[in-house]
Design a protein around this ligand. Structure first.
Ligand SMILES: *Cc1c(COP(=O)(O)O)cnc(C)c1O
Length: 222
């Protein structure tokens, strides 16, 4: 590989949002084992349509607290935890859920806002763009780590438009380093989409989230 990394270092998450469930089946038939969805309702609909499918479902979208229970019924990984209030709601719901327990924990990744322009921050210290400010990452991590049915597995980000993605992903890798010093389970870096996954892999990504480059444009009518 161009980045000089073995293929097994990087997990491909097939982003099937806006595609019918048959695309998930096709992805799995071709050997993919991780699928990403960004809307609670769509995740639930596909999971219900494909109950027997052996894949790990990643939730990668903005998550409102009133959708937490639905997402936890269906997701194995939530990549987009970006504020303390959301982490608390997930912790509470995960404890009450019979899908998770201390030996089968819900995997959590912290979504970081890498846009260096001044954030439009709400009272939860989340950028309107999505993602926790890097300065608040450790505080958010502590909230997740305090819950015995959650496992903090790493960081996630979307490279902001108008900035060099390589620079963004390098910063994300440094943040993962700082996080891992405190929480050794936080090994993953979810970075890179169709337009920038190669740059992300060159900069230590361990998961890439790819939709368009696998399935084509979502504008097509079905
Ligand atoms: C849609 C989406 C992707 C995939 O984007 P593509 O450009 O289609 O590869 C990745 N991550 C998130 C958070 C998304 O919402």
């Amino acid at each position: 590989m161009r980045a000089g990394r073995p293929p097994e270092d990087v997990t491909l998450v097939a982003v099937t949002k806006n595609f019918p469930a048959s695309y998930v089946t096709a992805a799995v038939a071709s050997g993919l084992t991780n699928v990403g969805e960004s809307k609670a309702q769509e995740l639930a609909a596909k999971r219900i349509e494909l109950p027997e499918l052996d894949v790990r479902w990643h939730f990668i979208g903005r998550l409102q607290r009133n959708k937490v229970r639905s997402v936890l019924e269906h997701a194995d990984v939530v990549q987009s935890v970006d504020r303390v209030a959301l982490a608390r709601a997930i912790a509470k719901a995960a404890r009450e859920s019979d899908r998770f327990n201390p030996s089968r924990r819900l995997q959590i990744m912290l979504q970081v806002d890498l846009d260096p322009s001044p954030p439009n921050v709400d009272k939860d210290s989340t950028s309107a763009r999505g993602g926790v400010h890097p300065d608040q990452l450790l505080e958010l991590a502590a909230e997740v780590a305090a819950c015995d049915v959650l496992e903090l597995t790493g960081v996630m980000s979307i490279a902001p438009l108008g900035y060099d993605p390589a620079d963004c992903f390098r910063r994300l890798a440094r943040l993962r380093e700082q996080l891992r010093e405190v929480y050794p389970t936080a090994t993953e870096i979810s970075a890179g989409m169709s337009g920038d996954f190669a740059v992300a892999i060159e900069n230590q990504a361990t998961l890439v989230r790819v939709g368009t480059a696998l399935f084509g444009s979502r504008e097509l009518p079905f």
